[in-house]
Design a protein around this ligand. Structure first.
Ligand code: XMP
Length: 535
């Protein structure tokens, strides 16, 4: 497994904060553990299970958490941590497989059990202290395991049990080693957050000093240090370029870099003509107010020319991606020497690309194109100040930096923009139709107070024409579809159960206000089997 650490030459975002290392043994919940710890305002980093102890210790974490995983500890070839971990003197919490590893390594025994437990269970707390301080004795939890501890290592005692295992939680409090069979990180474990808090803040004594303000201070220092060092070494003035897409990630990354290097940053926004209504203007105003050097490249016509006659979704994506890079490179060339490029890469992308073995075997559904996702062979060094942040943390940092809510709370928007929401050929006229309809959807969803509770909400221009009647006349006009979904992470999604009144209002406004549309339909498919976008 590739090492997630510091591939971009950056210090971790939590360099000056207390931290918890989560070792990833392959559980689908590993990321969630890191997120839960960060919700306690303690920096947390997810590292591969085989990270050498020296690398872990070099981070000076207050604790290590071992994730669950699909293997059995007694299987040949099952993932094990560096054995030096056990004698490192640091508090450890093993979750499920992680607890089995701890039990096995310290002289206990783990076995496959006849009574496997998957799903909800109730644990009875034996010791209402330590992990379970302040937690009621009977607790609903989430279990997912086929193995159990059969014999405890010396020094350990059970701290909770279920009907099927006497070792639902175990501890050697003297060495600050704790294990739990259930998953505190998932929502089904009712007091999971409190249990994690008891471990991280209580047992491990980490201070909750991971805050947006601290993150901003340390990353601004770090960016400044890197750029200064580079300038001194190369005798250049350390200029940084940023491709601003209009989304929250690149906006926050650019603002951080601007705080660090001021006018040495230039931002370029390629307006490919597929943006939502007023999006480019909003971006321009916000960045001008911040005093950032900012160029908008109006490139709609050249994108439209390339898209003439194209109806295949993958071809649209490829054309827009390639043209974007061409425009951006031309613009960069006009600026003279550039030393750094800044991008809004997020932690989930970093984790995904470091653990992409499973990704590689997965069938490709869509070619994702990120505006700002540039090829590797550009001759810049990368500054990726958000590479250790999750999306909600980026939003909190954006707010702390003073970016407007309209930018920070934006719903995700695909790089190829409205082009993949126009089914069939993309033309200037069809873009205008969709843009107006989309604006109404967003306007009404916001007015109903639902903008932040749905993951995405937008309009699609279908290739259908249908017959209608307006006034006394027959119409034969476009059908617009509305898509609104709820989701945690865009991997799966459900169609949003929007109130009928709201749907009715959106529909009547679209047919009345958008020329060339006489019918509106609502998409009630979930993902899977559909995807969020139509193309
Ligand atoms: P799908 O349609 O695959 O989309 O369910 C999942 C999420 O990804 C967004 N999306 C994209 N984002 N470039 C992006 O930056 C793209 O090419 C792209 N295609 C889809 C989509 O809006 C949803 O949030």
């Amino acid at each position: 497994m590739a090492n997630l650490a510091n591939t971009g030459g950056e210090v971790p975002a939590g360099a000056n904060a207390d931290s918890v290392v989560v070792l990833d043994f392959g559980s689908q919940y590993s990321q969630l553990i890191a997120r839960r710890v960060r919700e306690l305002h303690v920096y947390s980093e997810l590292l591969p299970f085989d990270t050498p102890w020296a690398d872990i210790a070099a981070r000076h974490p207050q604790a290590v958490i071992l994730s669950g995983g699909p293997n059995s500890v007694y299987e040949a070839g099952s993932p094990h941590p560096d054995p030096a971990l056990w004698t490192g003197g640091i508090p450890i919490l093993g979750i499920c497989y992680g607890m089995h590893l701890m039990a096995e390594a310290l002289g206990g025994q783990v076995q496959s059990f006849a009574r496997k437990e998957y799903g909800p269970a109730v644990v009875s707390v034996i010791e209402e202290e330590g992990l379970f301080a302040g937690i009621e004795p009977e607790q609903p939890v989430w279990m997912s395991h086929g193995d159990s501890i059969a014999r405890l290592p010396d020094g350990f005692r059970p701290t909770a049990r279920t009907d099927s295992t006497p070792y639902a939680a175990v501890a050697d409090p003297g060495r600050r080693l704790h294990g739990i069979q259930f998953h505190p990180e998932v929502a089904h474990t009712k007091r999971g957050r409190e249990i994690l808090r008891n471990f991280v803040l209580g047992i491990a004594g980490a201070r909750p000093n991971w805050t947006p303000a601290n993150f901003i201070a340390s990353s601004v220092d770090e960016i400044r240090r890197r750029v200064d060092e580079h300038s001194r070494a190369t005798g250049t003035d350390g200029r940084v370029l940023c491709a601003l897409s209009g989304g929250v990630d690149s906006a926050v990354a650019a603002t951080l870099v601007h705080r660090a290097v001021g006018d040495n940053l230039t931002c370029v926004h390629v307006d490919h003509g597929m943006m939502r209504k007023n999006e480019t203007e909003l971006l321009q105003t916000a960045f001008e107010q911040l005093g950032v050097r900012f160029t908008v490249v109006k490139a709609r016509d050249r994108f439209l020319r390339k898209l003439e006659g194209i109806i295949d979704p993958e071809q649209k994506r490829r054309i827009i991606g390639a043209e974007f890079i061409r425009v951006f490179e031309e613009e960069a060339a006009k600026l003279g020497r550039i030393d750094f490029l800044t991008q809004g890469t997020l932690y989930p992308d970093v984790i995904e690309s470091a653990t992409s073995a499973k990704e590689k075997s997965a069938a490709k559904i869509k070619t994702h194109h990120n505006v700002g996702g540039l090829p590797d062979d550009l001759a810049f060094e990368l500054i990726e100040p958000l590479r250790y942040l999750f999306k909600d943390e980026v939003r909190a940092v954006g707010t702390e930096l003073g970016l407007p809510d309209s930018m920070v709370q934006r719903q995700p928007f695909p790089g190829p923009g409205l082009a993949i929401r126009i089914i069939g050929e993309v033309t200037a006229e069809r873009l205008d139709t969709l843009r107006e309809a989309d604006w109404i959807v967003i306007d009404e969803i916001k007015a109903a107070g639902l903008y932040r509770s749905v993951w995405q909400s937008f309009a699609i221009l279908t290739p259908l024409l249908s017959v209608g009647v307006m006034g006394d006349g027959r119409t034969y006009a476009n059908v617009v579809a509305i898509r609104a979904v709820t989701s945690e992470d865009a991997m799966t999604a459900d169609w949003a159960k929007l109130p009928y009144e709201l749907l009715g209002k959106i529909s009547s406004r679209i047919v009345n206000e958008v020329p060339g549309v006489n019918r509106v339909v609502y998409d009630i498919s979930s993902k899977p089997p559909a995807t969020i976008e139509w193309e």
